[in-house]
Design a protein around this ligand. Sequence first.
Ligand code: ADP
Length: 163
Amino acid sequence: MRAALYPGSFDPITYGHLDIVRRARKVFDKLTIAVVENPRKGALFSAEERKRLVERALEEVGIEDVPVITYSGLLIECAKALGVVAIVRGLRATSDFDYEFQMALTNRDLDSDIETVFFMTAGTYCFLSSSMVKEVKRYGGDVSKFVPRCVERALEEKFRETA
Ligand code: ADP
């Protein structure tokens, strides 16, 4: 069985992430989503909130059998513990490339048996990012084209709490 791990901040999950999940599922027998507990950038949602939102978003769009976990520490250790053959990442524009390339090579140095596999996003989601969604929603814009309803509602609540 060929299993893969899709790690990320998912702060919050968007249709862009879900597009990558659908593509990766066609290639791998099993896909697990790993929500990083301490993202590089400060997160709006806690790790538990992000995990719950990923689960609810998967349910809302009808994607089944994709477990969601949280992890802290080295991604490659999490990948090894799960016994996956690959780490899945998404590519939007060339702006993602440098960072993704660096991370893929570092992870390969740490464990040469685990490959990083990139999936190209759908054209529609090329400019979609979690930060853009947060920015638009913070100022009252419509994000229904970018995120499932459960995420939109969670953003509304979060911005009400922090207002
Ligand atoms: P990280 O902080 O690890 O980059 P993100 O949640 O921002 O976490 O992204 C996780 C992965 O999903 C990254 O590989 C990113 O390039 C990819 N991704 C994010 N948004 C999109 C999108 N709209 N289309 C395709 N891939 C995306």
